[in-house]
Ligand binder design. Structure first.
Ligand SMILES: *Cc1c(COP(=O)(O)O)cnc(C)c1O
Length: 427
């Protein structure tokens, strides 16, 4: 699908008319502008990288769960329309397909940071010789905290055990070859490589298969935080071969605020029931779980890392979104995403270039839907102006405005209007 982008509004209208995914927009609620002369108009929502919009069908799923609770009480575990006991598995196949895994390699559970800790408990096993964790300096703070606390928990010091990737001077993004070179150079002392699939500030997508291969070549464990990758870019976790991965479901996956996250454990570990882990009753082999014996025996598969019985209401909300995802198809979504983000980049290229730079990589293969716009001056003020005009993106100190045109519900017209408003805001 190669088109030549054009600057006028007719182009956006024509692209929307041709877009076979355009009708999915109607399946979501869009926030409205709350004050000022545009009160009541639909916002231009470009914040799916932070919190995905609410599918209208969420209500139906939630109501079913609530009705089942009302009608059955505890018996809902067995007699609900979709029994609660195996409820989390209703999401397994779709989740596995979404991240390119085998179903028993994934589980939907907890939240991202919790899952990250659970995975590090099993897979970060530092020794005196090999104790470092490699992350991005600009990693999401929660990942930084989690990783540093794990290092301390094992009696090491982040000052000597934390190895941070950062771009070359004057550059915003990491060069893939620099990452591989660092792994080659430092790999013997690295216990765990824990990188984002897509960086949350710059939107840079990393070469996950190459990093995994390089890390394994040096004997390191490799895990990915896919918060900004899941539902955004294609993933083939089983084939790419990392040891584990974690993600959340409220960003591109539209599961709702604080919704349950996901976790991948590669096949070669997933059946290793003797692996050290923090245990809870839901990770116990289901065949004997309800004998309620004192000794833990892990389930095979990623489910063996579960702690608690799952939050049915949150899972119900996530089902609504996953269903829509699969109707649309990840390949179709990615194709539209590349086109839509390219269009945004093209339109922004028409605005006064001294006012801002786009720090996200230019190559579609090195990014997902997000573009990060770094303002030269007074970014905060500009963002407030954009917000008053109904543009919802998000601000990251000190100078970056992040926007994502999400292929599931954003239109070419959204992108066009955003570019118009941004250009106007500069004057
Ligand atoms: C959004 C995000 C988180 C959030 O963690 P929660 O445990 O879901 O609150 C963590 N890491 C990254 C990289 C993120 O983008």
């Amino acid at each position: 699908m190669s088109v030549t982008y054009q600057t006028g509004p007719e182009f956006a209208a024509e692209m929307d008319a041709r877009d076979s995914l355009a009708h999915f927009r109607d399946r979501f609620f869009f926030p409205k502008i709350e004050a000022g002369e545009k009160t009541g108009e639909e916002c231009i929502y470009l914040c799916g990288h932070s919190l995905g919009l609410e599918p209208k069908s969420v209500e139906t799923y939630l109501q079913q769960a609530l009705r089942d609770w009302a009608n059955f009480g505890v018996e809902g575990h067995f007699h609900a329309k979709d029994a609660w006991m195996p409820y989390h598995r209703l999401l397994t196949e779709q989740t596995a397909a979404l991240v390119g895994a085998k179903p028993f390699e994934v589980v939907v559970m907890n939240s991202l940071t919790v899952n990250l800790h659970l995975m590090m408990t099993s897979f970060y096993r530092p020794t005196a010789k090999r104790h470092k964790i490699l992350i991005e300096r600009a990693a999401f703070p929660s990942d930084q905290y989690a990783v540093q606390s794990q290092i301390r928990f094992h009696g090491f010091d982040p000052a000597t055990s934390l190895l941070e990737l950062q771009p070359r001077d004057g550059e915003s993004c990491m060069r893939d070859e620099d990452i591989l070179e660092l792994i080659e150079r430092e790999g013997d002392s690295i216990a765990l490589i824990m990188l984002g699939g897509v960086n949350y500030v710059t939107g840079q997508r990393f070469d996950m298969p190459a990093i995994t291969k390089a890390g394994h070549g040096k004997g390191c464990v490799v895990g990915f935080d896919l918060a900004h990758a899941a539902g955004n870019v294609p993933l083939m976790l089983h084939d790419w071969n990392p040891d584990f991965a974690v993600w959340c479901s409220y960003k591109y996956l539209n599961g709702g605020p604080g919704c349950v996250g996901g976790c991948f454990v590669h096949e070669r570990h997933a059946r290793a029931v003797e692996l050290p882990r923090f245990c809870g009753w839901w990770g116990h082999d289901e065949k004997t779980r309800f004998l309620m014996g004192p000794d833990f025996r892990a389930m095979e598969g990623a489910e063996g890392w579960q702690l608690s019985n799952p939050p049915i209401l949150a899972l119900a909300a996530l089902r609504a979104s996953m269903e829509i995802f699969f109707e649309a198809g990840m390949e179709n979504l990615r194709a539209k995403s590349i086109s839509l983000t390219g269009y945004m980049e093209f339109l922004l290229g028409q605005a006064p270039s001294e006012k801002f730079t786009i720090t996200t990589p230019r190559e579609p293969m090195r990014r997902g839907a997000q573009l990060s716009i770094r303002f030269a001056h007074e970014g905060r003020k500009l963002c407030n102006r954009l917000a008053a005009m109904g543009v919802i993106g998000d601000w990251r100190e000190p100078d970056t405005f992040r926007v994502a045109a999400v292929p599931l519900y954003n239109s070419y017209k959204d992108v066009y209007r955003f570019a118009q408003i941004l250009s106007a805001a500069f004057h």
